[in-house]
Design a protein around this ligand. Structure first.
Ligand code: ATP
Ligand code: MG
Length: 139
C-alpha cells in the first residue's frame, strides 16, 4: 500500500473535468483517501514547489497555481505513485501517451491539468503540506 498526492490544477478545475479525472482514478483501482478544494496564496504555491525555485519557470508556475482553485487529493493503492504518473502522462502533453489525462486535456507544458508526486519522499512531503493524519482515511 502506497500513497501519493494528486492535484487538479486551476486549468483542470476551470475546464470542469474534476469528475473526469477522479473517474479515471476510481476506475483504475485507486482509492481517494483525502480530498479538498483550496485556492493557494503565492507563498503557499512557492513553498509547495520549492524544489523548482531555481528553474526559469518558477515565477510563472506559481502564478498559474494561484490563478484559481485547485483540488488536492491523497490517492492510495498498490504502486499508486507510478500508476498515477502513468494515468497523467508526460509533463509535456505533446509527448504524453494517447489516452492519458495530459494528452487529452492539457494545452500547454505549464497548464497540464494535474500534478502527481514522483517518489515516496516527495509524496510524504507533499501530502504533509496539505493534510494532517486525521484528514486521511485508511480504507
Ligand atoms: P508535476 O510536478 O506537476 O506533477 P511533473 O513532475 O511532470 O509535474 P515537473 O518537472 O515536476 O513536472 O514540473 C512541475 C510543473 O512545472 C509541471 O507540471 C509544469 O506545470 C511546470 N513545468 C515544468 N517544466 C516546464 C517548462 N519547461 N516550462 C513551463 N512550465 C514547466
Ligand atoms: Mg514534479
Amino acid at each position: 500500500m502506497e500513497r501519493t498526492l494528486s492535484i487538479i490544477k486551476p486549468d483542470g478545475v476551470g475546464k470542469n473535468i474534476i469528475g473526469e479525472v477522479i473517474r479515471r482514478f476510481e476506475t483504475n483501482g485507486i482509492k481517494i483517501a483525502a480530498m479538498k478544494m483550496i485556492h493557494l496564496t503565492k507563498p503557499q504555491a512557492e513553498g509547495f514547489y520549492a524544489v523548482h525555485k531555481e528553474r526559469p519557470f518558477f515565477g510563472s508556475l506559481t502564478d498559474f497555481m494561484t490563478s484559481g482553485p485547485i483540488v488536492v487529493m491523497v490517492l492510495q493503492g498498490e504502486d499508486v505513485i507510478a500508476k498515477n504518473r502513468k494515468l497523467m502522462g508526460a509533463t509535456n502533453f505533446k509527448e504524453a501517451e494517447e489516452g492519458t489525462i495530459r494528452k487529452e486535456f492539457a494545452t500547454d507544458i505549464e497548464k497540464n491539468v494535474v500534478h502527481g508526486s514522483d517518489a515516496p519522499e516527495t509524496a510524504a512531503f507533499e501530502i504533509g503540506y496539505f493534510f494532517n493524519d486525521l484528514e486521511i482515511q485508511n480504507r
